[in-house]
Ligand binder design. Structure first.
Ligand SMILES: CC(C)(COP(=O)(O)OP(=O)(O)OC[C@H]1O[C@@H](n2cnc3c(N)ncnc32)[C@H](O)[C@@H]1OP(=O)(O)O)[C@@H](O)C(=O)NCCC(=O)NCCS
Length: 172
């Protein structure tokens, strides 16, 4: 993290050019979440962001409780057609990504970011969620995917550059 930061940045993927993901990770199922699972999805999101090393999301999370996030997610599903991917392991939801498919602009917005429960990280779950999200966006006929995030955190250093993601700093 920069001493002047945090800096926001945007990662963008060209969906016509996503490399294959070699690792199958059969013990983890990535599927669409149901509306009655959004509270769990929001809890995973809130806990994953709040426990990220160095607390880069602390300022952002001042505006969000897990209950507030669940209401936001439900609203975005019902009003904007957002879809949520859930990563399930041993019957438990351990990761998520929320996507808005913008048919007009040809863009898939990963508007929640990819988040994995702290206890389930570093097992390939974030990579599987990201890859499946990119594949779903491509199947929907979209050209690009984007996520807004912070520079220097685990996601922007190690996850989002995978599968061809390129970053651009937008603001501090
Ligand atoms: C970013 C995040 C989703 C990654 O999830 P994950 O399940 O741990 O990801 P993976 O296990 O698939 O790891 C992906 C790559 O990152 C690397 N990685 C993961 N955590 C790492 C860490 N703490 N330090 C160094 N490398 C790390 C892995 O080794 C792997 O590298 P590889 O592709 O070369 O093998 C997870 O760290 C997270 O939820 N962070 C907090 C929430 C957040 O900030 N999300 C972004 C919102 S925009």
């Amino acid at each position: 993290m920069s001493p002047f930061g945090p800096f926001y940045c945007v990662f963008r993927w060209d969906l016509s050019n996503v490399p294959e993901h070699e690792r199958n990770l059969a013990s983890v199922q990535v599927r669409l979440a149901r509306v009655d699972e959004l509270e769990t999805i929001a809890e995973v999101w809130h806990r994953g962001l709040s426990q990220e090393s160095g607390a880069p999301w602390a300022e952002y999370l001042k505006h969000w409780s897990p209950q507030g996030a669940a209401a936001w997610f439900r609203d975005s599903m019902l009003r904007l057609g957002a879809r949520f991917f859930a990563a399930e392991k041993d019957g438990k939801i351990v990761g998520m990504n929320g996507i808005i498919f913008e048919k007009k602009s040809g863009l898939a917005r990963f508007f929640t970011g990819v988040v994995v429960s702290p206890e389930a990280q570093r097992q390939g779950i974030g990579s599987k969620l990201l890859y499946m999200s990119l594949m779903e966006a491509r199947k929907e006929g979209l050209r690009n995917a984007e996520v807004e995030t912070l520079e220097g955190i685990t996601a922007s250093e190690h996850l989002y550059p995978k599968f061809g993601g390129r970053s651009k700093i937008i603001a501090s």
